[in-house]
Ligand binder design. Sequence first.
Ligand code: ADP
Length: 157
Amino acid sequence: MIAIYPGSFDPITLGHLDIIERGVQLFERVIVTVLSNPSKHPMFSVEKRLEQIRHCTQHLSNVEVDSFQGLTVEYAKLHNAKVLLRGLRVLSDFEKELQMAHTNKTLRDEIETVFLATTKEYSFLSSSIVKEIAKFGGSVAHLVPENVARDIHQYYS
Ligand code: ADP
């Protein structure tokens, strides 16, 4: 079974990577899809995010990395995927994620959303937290893959 792991990944964190590494144990193939949403004013371009994700998932043979603009369920249908993979951290995620899962069900009933609970040491971790720390000069080396930490350093220097 093919799963899509959609998200902004601006940038990818060790929390995202953990979900990908666990996802590939459950599914034949995981397609990590960067959803392009220009209104979010991203830190990194879609191309850069694709490069970052490809680099830190190169050890996983059944991961593909792609980008998409539009409805995730349509992307899933196009790629024959039956599952949308999402991560859950805290209660506030649950509300947003459940709403999205229900909405996607109304659009394409045959596609299921599967949630993986965060690994507890990453339960606080988000791309926004990483950007917040980096903006004020803090180290994010323990929160993101090495290549991403380098890109962030370069972005602020
Ligand atoms: P979006 O803008 O779609 O929420 P994100 O890149 O923020 O995109 O997140 C993509 C998915 O990864 C979401 O399901 C989010 O809950 C999950 N996620 C993000 N950070 C973590 C983490 N530290 N642990 C587990 N899941 C996470």
